[in-house]
Design a protein around this ligand. Sequence first.
Ligand SMILES: *[C@@H]1O[C@H](CO)[C@@H](O)[C@H](O)[C@H]1NC(C)=O
Ligand SMILES: *[C@@H]1O[C@H](CO)[C@@H](O)[C@H](O)[C@H]1NC(C)=O
Ligand SMILES: *[C@@H]1O[C@H](CO)[C@@H](O)[C@H](O)[C@H]1NC(C)=O
Ligand SMILES: *[C@@H]1O[C@H](CO)[C@@H](O)[C@H](O)[C@H]1NC(C)=O
Ligand SMILES: *[C@@H]1O[C@H](CO)[C@@H](O)[C@H](O)[C@H]1NC(C)=O
Ligand SMILES: *[C@@H]1O[C@H](CO)[C@@H](O)[C@H](O)[C@H]1NC(C)=O
Length: 477
Amino acid sequence: MMKLCQILLVCLVYSSALSDVPYKELYFEQTVDHFNPLSYGEKKFKQRYLLQDQWFDVVDRGPILFYTGNELPITTFWNNTGFMFDIAPQFGALVVFAEHRFYGKSLPFGDDSFKGNNIGLLTIEQALADYSLLINSIKQRYNAGKSAVITFGGSYGGMLSAYMRFKYPNLVDGAIAASAPMYLLSNVIDPSQFFVRVTADFKQSNTNCSANIRKAFNIMDGMAKSGDTGLNMLSEKFMLCSKLNETGYNHMVRWITNAFVSLAMFNYPYPTNFLSGLPAFPVNKSCGFMVNTDDLLKGLAQITAMFYNGTNGKLPCFDIWEEYVECADPSGCGLGPDSIAWDIQACSEIRMLFTTDGVQDMFLPIDYTAKMRNDYCKSKYGLVPRDKWASLNLWGFDVSPGSNILFSNGFKDPWAFAGVLHDLGPNLTSIIIHNGAHQLDLRGHNVNDPPDVIKARNLEISTIRQWINAVFPIKLR
Ligand SMILES: *[C@@H]1O[C@H](CO)[C@@H](O)[C@H](O)[C@H]1NC(C)=O
Ligand SMILES: *[C@@H]1O[C@H](CO)[C@@H](O)[C@H](O)[C@H]1NC(C)=O
Ligand SMILES: *[C@@H]1O[C@H](CO)[C@@H](O)[C@H](O)[C@H]1NC(C)=O
Ligand SMILES: *[C@@H]1O[C@H](CO)[C@@H](O)[C@H](O)[C@H]1NC(C)=O
Ligand SMILES: *[C@@H]1O[C@H](CO)[C@@H](O)[C@H](O)[C@H]1NC(C)=O
Ligand SMILES: *[C@@H]1O[C@H](CO)[C@@H](O)[C@H](O)[C@H]1NC(C)=O
């Protein structure tokens, strides 16, 4: 073990910084409906995937490292999952990133994808079936039938990575599920804890920070409720492009809240560009605006601006309707067509009924109930959430029958409240990265990485090595 770790450390140190790794952009003729043979017959759509085979050692049966794409264009994940490129050379691996149906360029019905009954084909089960056929086809094309397959994913992608091992152990030999809120599909979690966790990150930076943010929200609310003068002052203070009315104010509250969620999730120790350009430790930076100031509202506006304008921002003013889309997921659905797709998933299989109360957390109280979600989903998409089915089909709280899955959780990530935080068996283990934000371990190595993420990655590497060795003894490079 000691020796192996030494070897691995050396491997990590000597692999070059692989940022901007090039890829081949490919399209797979994917089956539209895997489960009803009479609905669309042989109809196919073009599913996008990205591939890099420069390290692939087919002679020694190098493994396939397969990223199970989630709710954004797959190129975003390619750009933010450098860990896979860091380890591909030492494994002689083929690297594949597959785009999730209904996201990015993988639209089964093109511009009509979100119309009528077409949205019924946006299910986790269909997405997993897509990945299974793609893996099979790549194995055939590369004559790599005996290669081990390891799936990777972060967040919802981490859930998919684990589900691939649940559902297709014939194809997938092991899964890395990073910052995956697996227990969202169970009834054991307390949905108030998501925003409590966001609050905790700001409190940890400075005890006055979260308290002052709570005060700022209350000052803002008082102003908004005082009528047009107050609303106009807020529009100016937050540099909005157009004047607020009451509806606009309610949207603005969620727009600001969303900025806090993202700052907590992407609280990385170096500047990043995931959804927006952020400085190192953006939570800490935010708290700089909130302590030692006598204008708390200005601080709140500065924090919000930091997220939406980004480090290289060019926005003259903020258009809250452009920058934030309200949906069935109170942590945000993203933007553009991807936000519709995620809204549909939040309306069908992934339950996110997060509430705020302004006491446990620092936000304005919003009591988001199942009834509110159900009414919204029914009227917007004709969908009735299938909580019970999703929980049975995807194992809910009962993850323990699985094997060869490693759940890693950044403890500073708000999503950790629904993560697997304990080992569930010898081959079903959990890693806590105490100083990690959302899926930090999946990012490429960086000189500013905290020691606990380096340790987590080393454990991931040795676990992957075990999984691969169980299939075929791998060559040490
Ligand atoms: C990914 O990174 C490349 C190179 O830095 C950049 O050109 C591209 O816009 C990025 N794509 C996304 C979706 O972030
Ligand atoms: C919090 O604020 C109080 C009152 O303004 C101040 O005395 C105290 O030093 C602050 N604490 C921190 C950690 O900044
Ligand atoms: C409030 O403002 C929004 C956006 O500017 C506008 O679309 C909406 O019609 C307004 N609502 C009322 C009641 O004036
Ligand atoms: C956070 O900010 C405080 C002061 O605002 C500073 O002392 C501390 O070192 C910062 N922490 C990090 C991790 O940057
Ligand atoms: C966005 O950032 C730019 C450059 O830092 C700045 O000039 C501009 O005022 C900012 N916009 C807003 C709305 O804060
Ligand atoms: C765990 O995985 C190892 C290596 O694949 C295997 O030898 C062992 O039997 C597994 N243990 C259990 C309890 O499944």
